[in-house]
Structure formats: structure tokens, C-alpha cells
Design a protein around this ligand. Structure first.
Ligand SMILES: Cc1ncc(COP(=O)(O)O)c(C=O)c1O
Length: 410
């Protein structure tokens, strides 16, 4: 999408606005597929939590993608998008047995990540095939909030508990059809990922009826020019080799699964905001925009970087701005960032706004959540309307409480 396209979309649908470029999503999908093309059966299950708009799910499904879900509601969204139940994996953390049973009834593949629920589930449904999420205790992630494979993480069944796990499987007679790991987001070192994969292969040897191995995700995407990213092609080459050898040892061709979120949608998303006010103080020039961390929480939540372009004045003279939101708490998108000169009313485009951006938006400060647009074949499609006051109060019950006379001050 060009700056002109983005300006035209902002003009048509208003701001703040999330815009997703379908061509970029397809490009990333095909790049990942190509990196693992030498494996007979590779499946990509898009992590719905990254961006869960039904039109996005439909588009990814049309490319051939299955879905990775973490809640029964995400499973329902995937079904609503037309995804076949058998193409949906459900990898919850800390949910109730009842929710898992609800998902079984919907037909998705269950992935269990703790021994207590595994035992209860196995006792009640020994006939339902189950995938096991192991925790390899390898730290692959970047920020501690998105790193989930380490020793004190709440995710997965510790690899050290394998004897207990095997005993539960034997006692209940359940059928384990897959082994899964997800070490965390922002994998920088392929060797670390491969080391975790060895642990997955070792765990897999304990089960005879496997159909697939799920390596999770956590691929790092670039956030600025020349930024480091996971080398997907190198990973493809090395893991393919190792995976094929493992399948030979195991005696059967298994399916290899990935469940990327960021890799597929992060770079496809732009967040368009309008500058409400320029405020010059003795030390800083603030550009105050018509949004805040209620709509894009990543910078305040885990210090993520989003490039910011002034698409209304892309060739302007560079100046330094702190770009801040309108929420009545510290609400900083960027500190002293070099941006072409900003005038009130200009449209700023935030990059990497496809993943964990709209999906983490809230109504804090009683603001409406933004609209979403999918740009496909040179046309803008509105895929979510901007909220209204009616949306804000839809579930509120207004009760008439008479003041208790005993408490009324004279
Ligand atoms: C189990 C699981 N799979 C996949 C993902 C997607 O990760 P990413 O967006 O880094 O690709 C996550 C992210 O939290 C996850 O928890």
C-alpha cells in the first residue's frame, strides 16, 4: 500500500483506523511454506489471538491455513470463518475441564498443558486423541512477558515430569497423537530453537501413535529498517533435515505444524492516527494523537517499537517528537523520535500494527474501539465498524437506586 492509499483510506473511514494489507499476509504465508517445502506434510495454523477478525481468518484459511486457538471463543470464531474443525488446534492455558469438553464437542484438536487436567480428561474421554504441550525449559523469547519456555514459566508440562506423564497416559489408556512446544516470541538464535526441537523429538519417542509434531512459533519480525529477524530460510533448511531424520527413526512420516501469529500479520498492519495537538514544552515537542494505549498497548505493555511515519508530509524536514496518546495516564508511543515535520491534523502511520494490536484494544477511558479495514486487490474493505456509544453501554444495566434516608445527611 502506498502513502496515498493509506491517506485515502483514512479519509474515507476516519481515524484512528487499523488497515491490513492482504498481499503482505499472503507473502509471509508463502514464504514460510516455501522454507519448509521439502517436508511432505507441513501445516501452518495461524495463531488467532494475534488478530482475530473473521475476515482475516477467512483470508488465511483461503491460503490454506488452519487455526491455532486458545479459547473456546476463538474456536467459535474460526468455525464462523468456515475453517474445518479438524484444522483447528486448541492450546489453552489454565482453563477448566468444562471448557475443554466444550471444544471437544466442536471437533477441534485438543492440546493439554498440565498433568491435572490431562489425568481428569483421560479418565473421562480416553477415546479422544490429545496433543501434549511440553515445556522444554529453553528460553527463546525476547521480552520476559512473551518468553514462555523457561523453567519457571506456567506453560506446558515440564520435560522433567515425563515419567509422570507417561504413567497417566498408560493408566487412562488415552491416545496421544501430537507433541507440541512453544518456546516464546522473538526467536533470535536458530540454534536455541533447534536445541528445544531436540527435546521435543526426545519426548516424542515415548509415544507410538503420533500423527504430528507442533513446533509452535515465536518467529521474530523486523520492527525497523535493517532490524534482526528470525532467519526462516535457515530454520527451514536445518529443521527440515532434522525432522526428516527423526521421522525415519520413528518409522513413520509425521506432519510438521507451526502456529505463527506475528510472522503472518504483524507487518501487514498499519495503525493510522490523526494528530490532535502539537505541544511544545521547554524540553520536548509532543505530538498528541487521537488514540492511546487503549488501542495499541504494546509500547506501554512491553516496550515494543513501532515505526511512525508522517504520511501527510513524508518529505518534510525531520524534527524530534514524542508521540503520545490521549489516555489520562502515562501514554507514550515514542520518545524523541525523528519524524518529518508534523502539523495538527496530519495522519501518522504506525508500522507492525497487525499482531497483538487491535486484538488487545480496550474501551479504557470509555473510548470506542477503532474500525478495521482489509486492503485487498487495490480495494478497501471495511471489516469492522468503529464502535458507537450504543456499543459502549450495550451490556450495562442501569438500576434506579433510591437513596437510603437513614444515610442522607441532614
Ligand atoms: C501457544 C502459542 N502458539 C503460537 C503463538 C504465536 O506466537 P507469535 O505471534 O510470536 O508467532 C503464541 C503466542 O503467544 C502462543 O502462545
Amino acid at each position: 500500500m502506498t502513502n496515498q492509499d493509506l491517506l485515502q483510506v483514512a479519509n474515507e473511514f476516519g481515524s484512528p483506523l487499523y488497515v491490513y494489507d492482504a498481499a503482505k499476509i499472503a507473502e509471509q504465508y508463502q514464504r514460510l511454506q516455501a522454507a519448509f517445502s521439502k517436508i511432505k506434510d507441513v501445516r501452518i495454523h495461524y495463531a488467532v489471538k494475534a488478530l482475530s477478525n473473521i475476515s482475516i481468518l477467512k483470508f488465511l484459511n483461503s491460503l490454506g491455513s488452519g487455526m491455532d486457538t486458545v479459547s473456546v471463543q476463538e474456536v467459535r470464531l474460526a468455525l464462523k470463518a468456515g475453517v474445518a474443525p479438524e484444522d483447528i488446534i486448541y492450546t489453552p492455558n489454565g482453563v477448566s475441564l468444562e471448557e475443554i469438553e466444550e471444544v471437544v464437542a466442536l471437533g477441534a484438536q485438543i492440546n493439554i498443558d498440565n498433568l491435572s487436567i490431562l489425568e481428569q480428561f483421560g479418565a473421562r474421554h480416553p477415546e479422544v486423541p490429545v496433543c501434549i504441550r511440553i515445556n522444554p525449559h529453553i528460553l527463546a523469547g525476547g521480552n520476559s512477558k512473551i518468553s514462555v519456555g523457561h523453567v519457571d514459566s506456567k506453560f506446558g508440562i515440564s520435560i522433567h515430569q515425563m515419567p509422570l506423564l507417561i504413567r497417566i497416559v498408560e493408566n487412562t489408556g488415552m491416545n496421544i497423537n501430537g507433541i507440541h512446544m512453544h518456546t516464546g516470541s522473538d526467536i533470535l538464535d536458530i540454534e536455541v530453537f533447534l536445541r528445544a526441537s531436540e527435546i521435543l523429538f526426545d519426548a516424542a519417542k515415548n509415544f507410538d501413535n503420533l500423527e504430528f509434531l507442533d513446533f509452535g512459533s515465536g518467529f521474530k519480525v523486523p520492527y525497523r529498517e535493517n532490524d534482526i529477524e528470525t532467519d526462516i530460510e535457515e530454520l527451514g533448511e536445518k529443521l527440515t533435515h532434522r525432522f526428516k531424520n527423526f521421522c525415519k527413526e520413528y518409522g513413520r512420516e509425521l506432519t510438521l505444524i507451526f502456529e505463527p501469529g506475528k510472522f503472518l500479520v504483524s507487518e501487514a498492519g498499519k495503525f493510522l492516527t490523526k494528530v490532535n495537538v502539537i505541544k511544545q514544552t521547554t524540553s520536548t515537542v509532543f505530538a498528541g494523537v487521537d488514540t492511546g494505549f487503549n488501542h495499541l498497548i504494546r509500547p506501554m505493555f512491553y516496550g515494543s517499537h513501532h515505526d511512525i511515519k508522517n504520511i501527510s508530509n513524508p518529505d518534510g524536514k525531520f524534527r524530534f517528537y514524542s508521540v503520545v496518546g490521549y489516555i489520562c495516564e502515562t501514554d507514550t508511543f515514542a520518545n524523541n523520535r525523528r519524524i518529518p515535520e508534523i502539523t495538527e491534523g496530519d495522519i501518522l502511520a504506525f508500522s507492525n500494527a497487525g499482531a497483538y494490536s487491535f486484538s488487545m484494544a480496550s474501551n479504557f477511558n470509555s473510548r470506542y474501539r477503532p474500525a478495521e479495514v482489509l486492503w485487498h486487490n487495490g480495494k478497501a474493505h471495511l471489516i469492522r465498524e468503529r464502535e458507537s456509544f450504543e456499543d459502549l453501554i450495550r451490556h450495562q444495566k442501569i438500576v434506579d437506586l433510591e437513596a437510603n434516608p437513614a444515610h442522607v445527611e441532614e
